[in-house]
Design a protein around this ligand. Structure first.
Ligand SMILES: [Zn+2]
Length: 393
């Protein structure tokens, strides 16, 4: 049993016949825990170019005729396509795959096989699982308590050397009567597996059972980058990696982000990230205090607007009133007052006046420029009085 997408991973369309179409529902999770249920139809075809998920590779998207396919799942030997409008059984249809998405999956998946094989051959580290993430970095879980930066570098170097050597990747099907079948079975074939197995062969590098769609030559991976490692589950280490076109996009995004951050601060990326870290740590420190004050007041000479807003976002302003200032203690600077709107909307203008400032605010946030930071203490005293009076209500 194989789908056309497994026979030819580079096929982008296929003419097929609709076999069945039955009403169905699709439960989706749009990220952030937002769940949605869609009503539509489950469609099976005589064959398909749309890969149902398997081997760690997510399912494809595409179209049947003009109808978008929102999910492809495997049900026994069949691929089930979820669509929102019905299709006529017996009708001849053109099935097309969203090639950009699929080729990205092929690059990450073949990249995983390659890294897995090299980690094993160089260091004996076995892969215990992996995850292909949407858009970002993917993860390979290695059965190793630690992987050094030097080892990760060597794995990456070897992967890219093999890519440059243009190693062919082929698919072999091994029948149950093949002498090699018993060897394959002993390498961890599930007991309930019936019928022939599919082997992905990277010539001279690796041979592995897999149902996924793979590149036909390692050169199609373009490049592989090990971004880093992180501690995994007990005695495991996760390798974070990216391959192919995704890597180019990532490099472009990283450069763009760095440029805009640099422009924002005009002080170089190092100082910027230090300030961000400091803001987050400051907020965490406050949040872990057993007895939290209703007022959080802080002045930091070298801070900026972002510094203050990160602290406010991290601490949250439903309960706590935050009075944050940055700049020269004796001259001018910036201030942010944040908290429950009932307090801030009314106190913001008063604080602003004490500081001889200019500012504006809405919905529990008031911020602006202070010309007399020397009066900060006065403003804080006012806030403390109001907040503690309110606390006693
Ligand atoms: Zn695989």
């Amino acid at each position: 049993m194989a789908f056309y997408c497994q026979e030819d991973s580079y096929a982008t369309e296929l003419s097929a016949e609709v076999v069945s179409c039955t009403p169905a529902q699709l439960h989706t999770d749009n990220g952030g825990g937002r769940k949605e249920t869609l009503s539509g139809y489950n469609v099976t075809l005589t064959d398909t170019v749309l890969f149902p998920e398997g081997g760690g590779q997510p399912d494809d998207r595409g179209t049947i005729g003009e109808t978008p396919v929102l999910r492809v799942t495997r049900r026994g030997p069949e691929a089930v396509h979820f669509v929102t409008s019905p299709l006529e059984p017996g009708a001849r249809v053109l099935v097309k795959v969203d090639w950009q998405r699929r080729f990205d999956h092929m690059q990450q998946h073949s990249g995983q096989h390659l890294i897995t094989a090299i980690a094993d051959s160089l260091y004996g580290y076995k892969t215990t699982s992996w995850e292909l993430s949407r858009g970002g970095r993917s993860t390979i879980e290695l059965d190793a308590a630690a992987v050094s930066a030097q080892q990760a570098g060597a794995i990456e170097e070897e992967a890219n050397r093999l890519i440059r050597r243009r190693v062919p990747v082929t698919v072999r099907i091994i029948g149950t009567d093949d002498p090699e079948f018993e060897q394959v079975r002993s390498r961890g074939l599930p007991d309930d597996h019936a019928g022939p197995v599919r082997i992905i062969d990277m010539e001279g590098v690796d041979a592995n059972m897999c149902c996924g769609t793979h590149v036909a030559n390692l050169s199609d991976l373009q490049a592989v980058k090990i971004l880093g490692t992180e501690k995994g589950k007990k005695n495991k280490t996760n390798l974070l990696f990216m391959a192919g076109g995704r890597l180019l996009q990532y490099a472009g995004r990283s450069y763009g982000a760095q440029r805009s951050l640099t422009a924002l601060l005009k002080s170089g990326p190092e100082q910027h990230s230090l300030l961000r870290d400091l803001a987050v740590l400051t907020a965490r420190d406050f949040k872990t205090r057993p007895q939290r004050d209703k007022l959080f007041s802080l002045h930091r000479k070298e801070g900026d607007n972002e510094f203050m807003n990160i602290i406010a976002n991290e601490i949250g302003t439903e309960v706590t009133v935050l009075f944050l200032t940055v700049g020269d203690e004796k001259a001018s600077g910036l201030f942010l007052l944040a908290g429950p709107p009932t307090i801030v909307d009314h106190l913001g203008p008063q604080v602003c006046q004490i500081l001889d400032g200019k500012g504006a605010g809405k919905a529990g946030r008031f911020q602006g420029k202070a010309n007399k930071m020397s009066r900060r203490g006065e403003a804080e005293t006012l806030l403390r009085e109001v907040v503690s009076a309110r606390g006693e209500e």
